[in-house]
Design a protein around this ligand. Structure first.
Ligand code: ZN
Length: 106
């Protein structure tokens, strides 16, 4: 059963991330889909996630690049785990990316 989720980056998953069919993809900064909006400078945590969503939704080129990279890292029978620095109990821009991938894999 394939899943699409996100979790906090660890040294173990960092070593696997973005390798073909590893099942792990790094989406924090400075990756192409790292959030360019920063907590504090650009607003609260929920503000910067909202701004990321608008920015990502408006860039079909970036969406295509992200989809290709996610397919590259996708592990059959496992799916994909998106990795960011945020803790699991914090909202994260990667939640936007999880929703995007789920909508495209229906
Ligand atoms: Zn995050």
């Amino acid at each position: 059963m394939n899943m699409i989720r996100r979790e906090r980056l660890t040294s173990e998953t960092r070593a696997l991330a973005n390798k073909p069919h590893s099942g792990f993809m790094f989406v924090g900064r400075p990756s192409a889909v790292g959030n360019p909006f920063v907590i504090g400078r650009d607003g609260s945590r929920s503000d910067v996630i909202g701004r990321f969503e608008q920015w990502f939704d408006s860039d079909t080129g970036l969406q295509g690049e992200f989809l290709r990279a996610a397919r590259y890292a996708w592990k059959p029978g496992f799916g994909i785990m998106l990795l960011c620095y945020c803790h699991a109990n914090e909202a994260c821009h990667a939640d936007v990316l999880v929703t995007f991938l789920k909508e495209r894999s229906k």
